[in-house]
Design a protein around this ligand. Structure first.
Ligand code: ZN
Ligand code: ZN
Length: 582
């Protein structure tokens, strides 16, 4: 199958501009590939040494950049250099994979300038200063010998006091929410100095001189971190009204951040309107289903007049259908072959039988990550396995387990597996790995990735997977959560919504549990736009599918659409659209 797919892409590229350009894979295309994979990547990591360690690139493990004015100038200079390099390549002569990489890098240039010059998180987010990753990703660099790792960490620790001096100089008018988070996280860092590092040092074979210098650097670093937390607390910088700002970034910045992060064809305001429309459609559909199901499940009770209350009662009743806590993992495992068989039978997308998904218990070191999620190897660990990590409910109290199982009942668990595994994230990953692109592994478009996983949820049910009014009701509830993610993000960041308004949206109109809604609210005060990716991405994919149906008429084939769509890798949907609708 990979061969047929490759041929289809090449054909597409040739049809584009057959007379004027050389075919994809020509000299210009090769030169671009050579630059993006080598000079660009190395400059990127040189400019972002901690991020490099996190991605498994360890050449700069001894370096810690100081986040001061000079550091910011360097980041802008990197954007300028990237832009000038991009200008030296002819976009029209690139292959489709390189065209989308080119667009991702152009967006990187523009968004770096936006983040440095306008967004200026370094002024108001004290939690953006954290040296945890700088230490953690070196210590956990498995291939390197311990002594070498400790020398690198020692060199980074020596930079820590200058790092926090710059942090204190940068911060003016922080938000209370990020200040609280920064205090908590900085205090959490101290565990490296009391537990992790002393044990490693003891186990090492460093010379006495190296050990002494490590200890001195660690002592100074620890002092600087403690002083930073104390400064945030005692200066009360984060807590008096005059010295703080709201976590809400406002309409203008939200609109711009949306454009750079989501990279979609329409504005945040336009997408917001679509989300409101979708919420209305879902509510009316859910009410119709509730009316239909009432006599079957709740005929002894009068149906409440309030439509939202009635829907909630039906959801509560149907949530009783769930697996037992000790069969949670086995249930998920059994659903994998069922999904594969259905997809093959309905010819929805070609699956690769040589790459079955391995379901496993979430490893201890990753514990705390709830539920089930796909864990794929980093970009520099090509041979690593991809797993479907499932956290067994063994450590849950009976109440917590019951509440979790009701949430992931027999209906929702199916949707979760479609989203995370097959044909969601896992299948998308396999397709994107066929045209490996480091650029897309690092800067892949989140709205496309989440959009695909959300798109296939509805696509599978449309195709008949476990179709029933009950399943449809829970799909609607699940989809409503994706819609609400966007509505609450937009409203609290750009429309000044209060916590009460958010809780009303999520609990009353979205049928969520209050605990889940509280968590979501907290997350939405600390980040912006990410929560918009689920709805934005799927909306764009459904619209693209409609457009292709119109264009191809009888010739439209769902399987071909899916395979072509995924063949470009994790590129923004609008860029994929340009290549598909030509
Ligand atoms: Zn139960
Ligand atoms: Zn997802």
């Amino acid at each position: 199958m990979p061969f047929a797919l490759g041929a289809a892409i090449l054909l597409g590229a040739c049809q584009n501009k057959p007379k004027e350009t050389t075919t994809a894979g020509g000299d210009a295309d090769k030169a671009f590939s050579e630059w993006k994979d080598n000079a660009f990547m190395d400059s990127l990591w040189a400019a972002n040494p901690v991020w490099a360690s996190a991605q498994g690139y360890h050449k700069y493990d001894a370096v810690l950049s100081i986040p001061d004015a000079i550091g910011r100038k360097k980041a802008l200079a990197f954007a300028d250099w990237t832009e000038s390099k991009l200008k030296s390549y002819d976009y029209d002569q690139l292959s489709d994979v390189n065209k989308t990489d080119y667009k991702l890098l152009s967006n990187l240039v523009a968004s770096s300038r936006f983040y440095e010059n306008e967004f200026k998180e370094y002024e108001w987010n004290p939690a953006s200063y954290n040296v945890g990753d700088a230490i953690d990703y070196v210590i956990n660099n498995n291939p390197a010998p311990l002594d070498e790792k400790l020398k690198n960490i020692s060199s980074r620790l020596a930079q820590v006091p200058a790092y926090y001096t710059a942090a204190k100089e940068n911060i003016s008018k922080p938000t209370q929410e990020h200040t609280k988070l920064a205090i908590m996280q900085s205090e959490g860092l101290l565990y490296f100095f009391t537990d992790v590092l002393p044990d490693s040092l003891k186990a090492s074979h460093l010379s006495d001189a190296d050990k002494a210098s490590f200890q001195k650097n660690a002592e100074e670093a620890k002092k600087a971190i403690t002083a930073y937390a104390t400064w945030l607390k005692t200066e009360q910088k984060g807590f008096s009204k005059d010295n703080t700002r709201s976590f809400a970034i406002g309409k203008e910045l939200y609109g711009k951040k949306f454009n750079y992060d989501i990279q979609c064809g329409i504005s945040a305001d336009q997408m917001y309107q679509k989300a409101l429309d979708r919420k209305a459609v879902l509510h009316s559909d859910m009410y119709a289903l509730t009316t239909q199901l009432w006599p079957k499940y709740l005929k002894d009770k009068p149906m409440p007049k309030d439509t939202l209350v009635a829907i909630r009662a039906m959801i509560d009743k149907l949530s009783e259908k769930h697996c037992k806590r000790d069969s949670f993992m086995a249930t998920i495992e059994h659903q994998m072959p069922e999904l594969v068989a259905f997809i093959n039978e309905k010819k929805l997308i070609t699956l690769d039988p040589t790459k079955p998904l391995k379901v496993r218990k979430t490893p201890e070191y990753m514990a705390g990550v709830a539920g089930a999620s796909i864990n794929s190897p980093g970009p520099y660990d090509k041979d690593g396995n991809t797993y479907y990590n499932v956290t067994p409910l063994t450590n849950y109290t009976p109440e917590k387990a019951e509440s979790y199982l009701r949430e992931y009942n027999d209906y929702v668990l199916q949707i979760l597996n479609i989203h995370e595994a097959i044909p969601g994230h896992y299948v998308q990953l396999i397709y994107s790995n066929r045209n490996p692109s480091m650029i897309k592994t690092i800067f892949g478009n989140g709205a496309m990735i989440e959009g695909w996983a959300c798109y296939v949820e509805r696509m599978m049910i449309e195709a008949g997977y476990h179709q029933s009014p009950e399943m449809q009701l829970f799909y609607d509830k699940w989809n409503l959560r994706e819609v609400c993610n966007f509505l609450l993000d937009y409203n609290i960041q750009a429309n000044g919504w209060s916590k009460e308004q958010v809780m009303d949206l999520l609990v009353k109109q979205g049928f969520q549990q209050s605990a889940e809604a509280e968590e979501k609210y907290k997350r939405a005060t600390l980040s912006q736009v990410q929560l918009a990716s689920y709805f934005s991405g799927q909306t764009e994919i459904f619209e693209l599918r409609d457009e292709m149906k119109k264009k191809l008429g009888d010739k439209f084939d769902l399987k071909a659409f899916h395979e072509q769509f995924l063949s470009y890798g994790s590129a923004p949907v609008k860029e994929i659209r340009t290549l598909m609708v030509k």
